[in-house]
Design a protein around this ligand. Structure first.
Ligand code: SF4
Length: 383
């Protein structure tokens, strides 16, 4: 995992804000699918990407990530148009990682083959659970069998880089039930797996449904045990943890997400997409209609655009880098930002080292696995 490559080439994020139904826990930037709006949105995306081309030599990029929403609601032609637009505005590496997030109920072998032909070479399935009762509780449209079938279809379509998202700490979920999903996912032999803890935000419809159904989330100690036992099982199955929430077979780490964690630069396209380039950060307007209208009128899409201060850049590099199991190379961070990290934060970090939450090994600083459960407390030091 070299940080130089991640920093020398851009990552391109493309946001697709459409879903077939809105899940009861979701607070992403998304809305219901409408074929006509989707078409105008893809036209706008292509225009926005074309306008990103810089004069002279196009910038180098080596990842494209279709995130959402539900990007698998796009047609293969839509995906092809967006990839072609990226190739026209950026110099894409021959081995560019092109990921598409997919919901199991939206795919068929034929559609997946067409995505593959369009250039997608990595799929990330939003499986969330392999228990029907849990999926129903989350108002997901697929069942466990559909999720398993989708993975088989992806392999049949030629995808050899496949990730699965699972969600833990679900309402009413016991540790044993969680491990059923983990074992079920292992049986699907994915190349990569992301584990997220469900966060029930204040206005989520799920919150009311939990109250009505008398479902609660397991106590914190159980959540910790769920996380730790899942990591152990995944590692025993050859999926190695490389980030707080992510495991992969060697060489199958998400190159795109590594750009976020290794202090790289990325461009974001589409409504609500974020970007960070050359120390400047911005976000596109969030509403789909506003985004389409602004692109049509040739107006700026950017909101909250600002140059990060040197302290913010340093804080971000420390905050994100510590998420990786390999941790931070303090010498490198010191060189990049002209800062003495240990001199500045050492007094506050030392107690975490003494408690076995952080390990300081030469110039490297990293969280222990137990420390990953307390990452927010450690990272608060840098904010
Ligand atoms: S499919 Fe994903 S993005 Fe769409 S509503 Fe459900 S959780 Fe949100």
């Amino acid at each position: 995992m070299t940080s130089r490559r991640e920093r020398e080439r851009l990552g391109l994020y493309v946001h697709i804000p459409f879903c077939s139904a809105i899940c009861n826990y979701c607070n992403f930037n998304r809305g219901l699918f409408d074929a006509e709006v989707k078409q105008r949105y893809v036209d706008a995306l292509v225009q926005e990407i074309a306008a990103a081309r810089r004069d002279g030599q196009p910038d180098a990029a080596d990842t494209i990530f279709f995130g959402g929403g539900t990007p698998s609601l796009l047609s293969a032609d839509d995906v092809q148009r967006v990839i072609d637009a990226c190739a026209a505005s950026f110099t894409l590496s021959a081995d560019t990682e092109i990921t598409l997030e997919a919901n199991p109920e939206t795919v068929t072998t034929e559609l997946l083959r067409a995505f593959r032909r369009a250039g997608v070479n990595r799929l990330s399935f939003g499986v969330q659970s392999l228990r029907d009762d849990e999926l129903k509780r989350l108002s997901r449209l697929h069942g466990a069998d559909r999720a398993r079938a989708a993975v088989a279809e992806a392999r049949a379509a030629g995808f050899d880089n496949l990730s699965i998202d699972l969600m833990m700490w679900l309402p009413g979920q016991s540790p044993a039930q969680w491990l059923e999903s983990v074992d079920g996912a292992i049986a699907l032999a994915p190349d990569h797996l992301s584990l997220y803890m469900l966060e029930v935000y204040p206005n989520a419809p799920l919150r009311d449904e939990m109250a009505r159904g008398h479902w609660s989330q397991a106590p914190d100690e159980d959540a910790e045990a769920m996380y730790l036992s899942a990591m152990e099982r995944l590692e025993a199955a050859g999926l190695f943890q490389y980030e707080i929430s992510n495991v992969a077979r060697p060489g199958r780490e998400s190159r795109h997400n590594l750009k976020y964690w290794l202090d790289g630069d990325w461009c974001g396209f589409g409504c609500g997409a974020h970007a960070t380039r050359d120390g400047v950060r911005w976000k596109n307007v969030s509403a789909t209609a506003d985004y389409i209208d602004r692109v049509a009128r040739g107006e700026s899409l950017r909101t909250d655009e600002r140059r990060l201060t040197p302290d913010e850049r340093l804080g971000d590099a420390l905050f994100t880098g510590l998420r990786l199991c390999s941790g931070l190379d303090l010498d490198e961070v010191n060189r990049r930002y002209g800062a003495d990290v240990w001199g500045r934060y050492g007094d506050e970090l030392e107690p975490f080292v003494e408690e076995g939450i952080l390990i300081r090994d030469g110039s490297r600083l990293r969280l222990t696995r137990r420390g990953m459960l307390l990452a927010n407390e450690v990272m608060a030091v840098f904010v």
